[in-house]
Design a protein around this ligand. Structure first.
Ligand SMILES: Cc1ncc(COP(=O)(O)O)c(C=O)c1O
Length: 409
């Protein structure tokens, strides 16, 4: 002790648990430390932020000085919520019952996940997730005390029969799914799968929480219908989404479509999590969105990321596929999922790759619950979001060397 208070006896169990860095954080740091080509990042590419348009739009934010006070609307700036509702309606994403009263603006989709966790999870209850799934969600649900159970998934996402098998055995609070271009696996559930899962959810009376921040980043055609829309008037689906990938993550603006039955509950947790969200930012974002052709913006992003995806797939075909390492071919989003049968400890291989070959990847176990982490020992995630096709070639060449040499060691 150096005489300074160290909080040793005050730290919550969860605070101590969260102190363990995630494998994602470790690999991102190692990639920087070793000056490696990083295929780790799960974030959008800064060169695609609409900086000039945002600068212009944000000039208007002080036109209404009342925005400097606490927000007047519980769920956030009404005109932005109207914009979201109109957009989702035009794009066929919402059923008739959704109006801007159901749109809660959040501090990114991350906060939407946090608020849903507070609203629907009691310590010890079971929540079903995809296996693998988004690590931050696992940590958030766990913090709330949930017992997260992974539903076995294949390249089309959750396997309906497996979902039903679990529901037969145990009582479940809700299913969390990222149906489009999933983080980390890049997988998308086709329409028939979604319909089958909804039908099972109805039979067992389970709600579905759909997290869809990659929805618009679809590179081979229009995105599949949302669970929210497919469920129609049944109102068992909560849907989170975000401007992080469409505009810029620093905006910290996401939204949650909230069924009427739980509007008061979500509102109560919103208040306790920080009274209000920055209406000034919401105003600037709305000014930006109203001044652009959103369809064109989406097309621009699709073209840019499609080129990166295709560049990485070509590099995979050239360098990795000949070694027998299998990867999928995602139709959108940022991620490619790979599996190597001959590897038993992808975490060790990822460390070897970053230290000796200067290429960073995320090992699959980072995306499973602690109990199920061994299911990720042969898999890995690659992100193409920030990787130019030329860099992908060199990155995959290095990665192939790591696989070949690691296997030989
Ligand atoms: C599946 C998924 N959900 C939610 C988020 C959180 O996004 P944000 O809080 O920036 O909107 C991410 C970010 O990577 C994600 O991949």
């Amino acid at each position: 002790m150096d005489g300074k208070f160290d909080f040793r006896y005050q730290l919550s169990t969860m605070a101590k648990e969260r102190l363990d860095p995630t494998e994602i954080g470790i690999m991102i740091k190692l990639a920087i430390k070793h000056n490696a080509i990083s295929l780790t990042a799960g974030e959008p590419s800064a060169d695609l932020y609409p900086t000039e348009e945002l600068k212009e739009a944000f000039k208007t934010i002080f036109d209404d000085l009342s925005l400097l006070g606490y927000a007047k609307e519980d769920f956030g700036l009404r005109e932005l919520r109207d914009w979201i509702t109109d957009r989702m309606r035009a794009d066929g994403m919402i059923p008739d019952w959704v109006t801007s009263d159901n749109i809660l603006l959040t501090n990114g989709a991350g906060e939407a996940i946090e608020l849903v966790a507070e609203t629907l999870i009691d310590p010890g209850c079971t929540v079903l997730v995809e296996a693998p799934t988004f690590t931050e969600t696992l940590l958030t649900f766990r913090k709330q005390g949930a017992n997260c159970v992974g539903v076995p998934s294949d390249d089309d996402g959750i396997i309906p029969e497996e979902f039903e098998k679990i529901l037969k055995k145990r009582s479940v609070r809700f299913l969390y799914t990222i149906p489009n271009f999933q983080n980390p696996s890049g997988r998308t559930s086709p329409l028939e799968r979604r319909a089958a899962i909804l039908e099972i959810a109805r039979r067992y009376d389970v709600p579905v929480f759909e997290d869809d921040p990659y929805h618009y980043l679809s590179y081979d055609g229009e995105p599949t219908a949302t669970y929210l829309k497919l469920a129609g008037d049944d109102r068992r689906v909560l849907h989170s989404n975000s401007f992080s990938k469409l505009v810029a993550p620093g905006m910290r603006c996401g939204w949650l479509v909230v069924p009427d039955a739980i509007i008061p509950h979500l509102n109560a947790f919103r208040v306790s999590a920080g009274l209000t969200r920055p209406a000034i930012l919401q105003k600037g974002l709305h000014a930006y969105l109203s001044g652009i052709d959103f369809g064109k913006r989406v097309e621009f992003l699709r073209a840019a990321y499609r080129e990166r995806r295709d560049g990485m797939l070509r590099a995979i075909d050239e360098h990795l596929a000949p070694l027998g390492v299998r990867t999928n071919r995602p139709k959108g989003g940022f991620f490619i999922w790979g599996e190597a049968d001959g590897v038993d400890d992808m975490t060790a291989l990822a460390r070897f790759a970053v230290e000796k070959k200067k290429v960073g990847i995320i090992p699959g176990s980072a995306f499973y619950t602690m109990d199920e982490a061994k299911n990720g020992r042969r898999s890995f995630r690659l992100s193409f979001a920030k990787v130019a096709p030329e860099t992908a070639g060199e990155g995959l060449r290095r990665l192939a060397e790591a696989f070949a040499e690691y296997g030989a060691r």
